[in-house]
Design a protein around this ligand. Sequence first.
Ligand SMILES: NC(=O)c1ccc[n+]([C@@H]2O[C@H](COP(=O)([O-])OP(=O)(O)OC[C@H]3O[C@@H](n4cnc5c(N)ncnc54)[C@H](OP(=O)(O)O)[C@@H]3O)[C@@H](O)[C@H]2O)c1
Length: 236
Amino acid sequence: MSLENRTVLVVGRGSGIARAITLAVRAAGAKVVVAGRDRDKLAAAYADPGITAEQVDLADEASIAALAERLGAVDHVVSTASARARGTAQALTHEAVLASFSVKAVGPIFLAKHFAPRMPADGSFVFFSGASARKAMPGMLAVGGTNAAVDAIVRGLAVELAPIRVNAVSPGTIDSGAYDALGDEAKSALFANREATSPARRIGTVDDIAGVVLFALDSTFMTGVSLAIDGGEPLV
Ligand SMILES: NC(=O)c1ccc[n+]([C@@H]2O[C@H](COP(=O)([O-])OP(=O)(O)OC[C@H]3O[C@@H](n4cnc5c(N)ncnc54)[C@H](OP(=O)(O)O)[C@@H]3O)[C@@H](O)[C@H]2O)c1
């Protein structure tokens, strides 16, 4: 696909899935604006004049509105931002659950509110859900609930913002760095178990996901869809 003369906003960190998307979109010819809570850290992650860094906090409508005001028109908006709240009902705090919904499910509503009026009719949004919306597991209540909300919000926004398209990508286990905090031993054990049981028999890569984001940006007859890119994990 060609994204020549297009501007794509990618919200998230300077590593993991957001980085793979940024590099893929840039390779397709787009100018990329990367945005996250720490602008300087993001700017330091890229050495390419076609990639500029901005500050945004998706839990804060005023911050989203200010970003839209600074950027003006963009063609596509992708958000990978997430404040994952893992834990059972006994362990979760009210604050962590609200943060999860606020960043990943509510944030997209306000990205739509402030960016859609500045986007062309052939623009689009890509938000992030996750396989836990489709597979219940102990400790994944808030993550799964947040992801299910994203799936519903994407359908609602697709109807409201038409003809601007709105889709989601819903990954399974991806080696994005998100599991590094478990420590090498626990991460290896988790990945070995998922590799053995998942129908794809492997862990996903950040490039698996970046390729699907390009597909979503380019597929002008697709809207309101949450694409399950999960190696079939929820099936078993
Ligand atoms: N990796 C997986 O296996 C997997 C599985 C299912 C779904 N997903 C979803 O795929 C997406 C990308 O995953 P990932 O593993 O690459 O990244 P991730 O570890 O989920 O990182 C998401 C990033 O969002 C940023 N963020 C948090 N709160 C924010 C806020 N208020 N405003 C703006 N940014 C905020 C944080 O970056 P800073 O710390 O730099 O601020 C955080 O590192 C996420 O939505 C994730 O839930 C991933």
